[in-house]
Design a binder for this molecule. Structure first.
Ligand code: FES
Length: 113
């Protein structure tokens, strides 16, 4: 089973919807666990402070297991290696921008006939 498919299956099991999220691995093979957990806490704080409509979720392993911390964007899955706080913030900003674009495209105009 591919990495993307495993992640989809895992997140659907946890009943995660298709809202934008940054999924960060807190497994111990790709990076020291304290580094990954600190990244999660800092990124959650950044997302909350910036008002980004992006969830920061954790998983035990993203099946990449090298050059961590590893993060994946959700629902359009892309894996990222060696994610530091600055990069995580950029990913949150990108996901937020995509979410806002999607909301503008799908929301009916208030002035439509
Ligand atoms: S332990 Fe992080 S990707 Fe496997």
């Amino acid at each position: 089973m591919g990495k993307k498919r495993k992640l989809r299956k895992h997140l659907h099991k946890r009943e995660v919807d298709d809202a934008p999220a940054l999924v960060i691995c807190v497994g111990k093979s790709c990076a020291p666990r304290e580094v990954s957990r600190q990244l999660v806490e800092q990124t959650r704080a950044y997302a909350a402070a910036s008002g980004a409509p992006v969830r920061v979720a954790v998983v035990g392993c993203l099946h990449v297991c090298k050059k961590g911390p590893i993060a994946a964007t959700w629902p359009d899955i892309e894996f990222h290696k060696r994610v530091d706080f600055a990069r995580a913030c950029r990913l949150v900003d990108e996901l937020a921008a995509e979410a806002r674009d999607m909301a503008e495209k799908t929301c009916p105009s208030e002035h439509a006939p």
